[in-house]
Structure formats: structure tokens, C-alpha cells
Write a protein that binds this ligand. Structure first.
Ligand SMILES: NC(=O)c1ccc[n+]([C@@H]2O[C@H](COP(=O)([O-])OP(=O)(O)OC[C@H]3O[C@@H](n4cnc5c(N)ncnc54)[C@H](OP(=O)(O)O)[C@@H]3O)[C@@H](O)[C@H]2O)c1
Length: 182
């Protein structure tokens, strides 16, 4: 039985991902998700457990709309990390931060008020993993192969990051998935 997400002041690296490890297609495209179904109540589960969202400047420039998160069901503070906040269009609900990733997490968790901080960025997630500041990697694997786009994790030359399964009897067990071409 899959354990639903819970609110707990956690830093979550949360994505829908293609089977081959992309969280966005070329040019930040997201249309590959169309037609994917999710477990019942998933949107409400994350809308109710998320207190704040942290993203990066590229994702913001591609989708500059804090009201679009979880299809508009979720309302809350969005923080965008950027080295050049001065040229971002001021937008209600979005705060542009030019600081280190650890400081961004501190600010985001404070704003989340005991709920989770969701990190919507492969780039920032990698930085936070290195700092030991990611509590959970939470993925929904979509039945699609993309072959190109933005990968969940890119760190050439870096060591493997060992993980442990959450809510599984054997935390070191591999996960079996079987698909057929549609
Ligand atoms: N599949 C899903 O469920 C899902 C969910 C959410 C998002 N996404 C996708 O994820 C993609 C995000 O892509 P990404 O990770 O490549 O880009 P990103 O994190 O949105 O943007 C990276 C940029 O953020 C800024 N940045 C990152 N770390 C920083 C730091 N420590 N200090 C200051 N600025 C910093 C830098 O921009 P500057 O130097 O230009 O400021 C950097 O080039 C988007 O396409 C989005 O649609 C997918």
C-alpha cells in the first residue's frame, strides 16, 4: 500500500518524471504529461501538504504564474532563486531571491509554516542534495520516454547518491516497472 505524502516541514524534491528521467522536455515543454493519470486525490494530497514552493529562474521564465501550481488548487508563497532578480517582472505571490540555496530553504521553510517546502527545480535540488538539505525525493513516473529535455539529476563526475526507499519493507529494494509501447 502506497503511503500518501504528509505535511511535516520537509524539503521535498517533487516531480512527475518520464521513465527515462526527464522532468521537462526540450524548451521546458510539459505537454508530454498530457493523458497521464495519477492516483486518486493526488492533487489534493499535495495541495494540502505543501506550504511553500522553491523554484529557479528558468522554470519561472518558462511559466511565470504562481497561480498555476497544482492547477490553481494550491495557494501559497512561491520563491524563485535568481542571480538577477532586478529584471524579473514583480508578480503577486512570487518572491525573487538572490541568496545561497541553504538560505532559500530557510526562508521557504519558515514561510511553509510547518507544511512542506517543495523544490520544483533539478538545478536547485542538486545543490541542496550536496548540502544534505533534501529530506525526500518524491516522484511520479509517467509512462513515456522523452529522450531529450531537462533531467532530474545531472552531476557529471559526481559520486552516486545512495537512497533508501520510503514506506517499503526493504529500503534497498529495486522498484519493478513494466511497460509496453502504446
Ligand atoms: N515535471 C514536473 O513535475 C515539474 C515540476 C516543476 C518544474 N518542472 C520543470 O523543471 C524545470 C526547471 O528547470 P531547471 O532546474 O533546469 O531550471 P531552474 O531551476 O528553473 O532555473 C535554473 C536557474 O535558476 C537560477 N539559480 C539556480 N540556483 C541558484 C542559486 N543558488 N542562486 C541564484 N540563482 C540560482 C539560475 O538562473 P540565473 O542565473 O539566470 O538567475 C539558474 O540558471 C522547468 O522546465 C519546469 O517546468 C517540472
Amino acid at each position: 500500500m502506497f503511503e500518501p505524502q504528509t505535511a511535516g516541514g520537509k524539503v521535498l524534491w517533487h516531480f512527475t518524471m518520464s521513465l527515462d528521467g526527464f522532468v521537462a522536455g526540450p524548451g521546458h515543454s510539459m505537454d508530454w504529461m498530457t493523458g497521464t493519470t495519477f492516483r486518486p486525490g493526488l492533487i489534493d494530497e499535495y495541495a494540502s501538504t505543501t506550504g511553500a514552493v522553491l523554484g529557479g529562474r528558468d522554470g519561472w521564465d518558462a511559466y511565470p504564474d504562481p497561480g498555476g501550481i497544482y492547477g490553481g488548487v494550491w495557494k501559497g508563497p512561491l520563491f524563485v532563486l535568481t542571480h538577477h532578480p532586478e529584471d524579473a517582472t514583480p508578480t503577486d505571490g512570487a518572491t525573487f531571491l538572490d541568496c545561497g540555496p541553504a538560505e532559500a530553504v530557510r526562508i521557504g521553510l519558515e514561510a511553509a509554516g510547518g507544511k512542506n517546502l517543495e523544490v520544483f527545480s533539478p538545478d536547485i535540488g542538486r545543490q541542496l542534495l550536496e548540502l544534505g538539505l533534501i529530506d525526500e525525493i518524491d516522484l511520479h513516473i509517467a509512462p513515456v520516454l522523452l529522450g531529450d529535455g531537462i533531467r532530474l539529476y545531472v552531476n557529471p563526475g559526481g559520486p552516486p547518491i545512495r537512497l533508501r526507499g520510503v514506506g517499503t519493507e526493504d529500503p534497498l529494494a529495486s522498484v519493478d516497472v513494466r511497460f509496453r509501447p502504446a
